[in-house]
Design a protein around this ligand. Structure first.
Ligand SMILES: O=P(O)(O)OC[C@H]1O[C@H](OP(=O)(O)OP(=O)(O)O)[C@H](O)[C@@H]1O
Ligand SMILES: O=c1cc[nH]c(=O)[nH]1
Length: 184
């Protein structure tokens, strides 16, 4: 994965492709266990960018484990960000091909950091209806929350310092599965 910025170096390799797959399988089982009494109401929503392929992989696992088709959508949170002042951001658009009202919607993202993206995602979702419940699944929780948000399903907790950044590479978006920590 060649996503290093100028002057950045890899400080740690956190997850290999196999470990990412294993984490996603465990999260998929946990989602099934936790929602066992209402599986027919379950839906997954990936937060752009890398939450979307992760949501599809979880749906694929659930299909394999339970023979259950869980609908998958994608959420563009750009217009709900709380730091947009003066910016003219690129909006890719959400695609939620199911009724949100009454569903248990599991939001999926690659990294949970300050929690501001998850907050914006809830905002974007609630605009579309009143879900029965919203849950959050992330591949990596790196800490440093700025809002009272926690994930229901976590692939790996990675203690980081604020001068570090967690980079998730996925085959679908980056050509390769890998999680690394980079820093100056
Ligand atoms: O908890 P937070 O502090 O909000 O950080 C987490 C978010 O940051 C990254 O997204 P980024 O804004 O880099 O967009 P991208 O996924 O499209 O690269 C990551 O994919 C999470 O969505
Ligand atoms: O380290 C970080 C922080 C936010 N989002 C990421 O993808 N990595």
């Amino acid at each position: 994965m060649s996503r290093l910025g100028f002057g950045e170096r890899i400080r740690a390799r956190i997850l290999t492709g196999d470990q990412i797959s294993r984490s996603l399988r465990r999260i998929s089982h946990e989602i099934l266990e936790r929602n066992a009494s209402s599986l027919e109401d379950l839906a997954l929503v990936g937060i752009l960018t890398r939450g979307v392929p992760l949501a599809h992989r979880i749906a694929q696992n659930i299909r394999r484990f339970e023979g259950l088709e869980v609908p998958v959508g994608s959420l563009d949170i750009t217009l709900h960000r709380d730091d947009l002042e003066g910016e003219d951001p690129e909006v890719k658009g959400s695609d939620i091909p199911f009724e949100v009202a009454g569903r248990t919607v599991v939001m999926v993202d690659d990294v949970l950091f300050t929690g501001r993206t998850a907050r914006a995602a809830m905002d974007a979702l609630l605009e579309r209806g009143r879900p029965a419940a919203i849950q959050l699944a992330v591949l990596v929780d790196r800490g440093h929350r700025e809002l009272p948000i926690r994930a229901d399903y976590v692939g790996k907790n990675i203690p980081t310092s604020l001068d570090e950044s967690v980079r998730v590479g996925l085959a679908e978006t980056d050509g390769e599965d890998e999680v690394i920590v980079v820093g100056g």
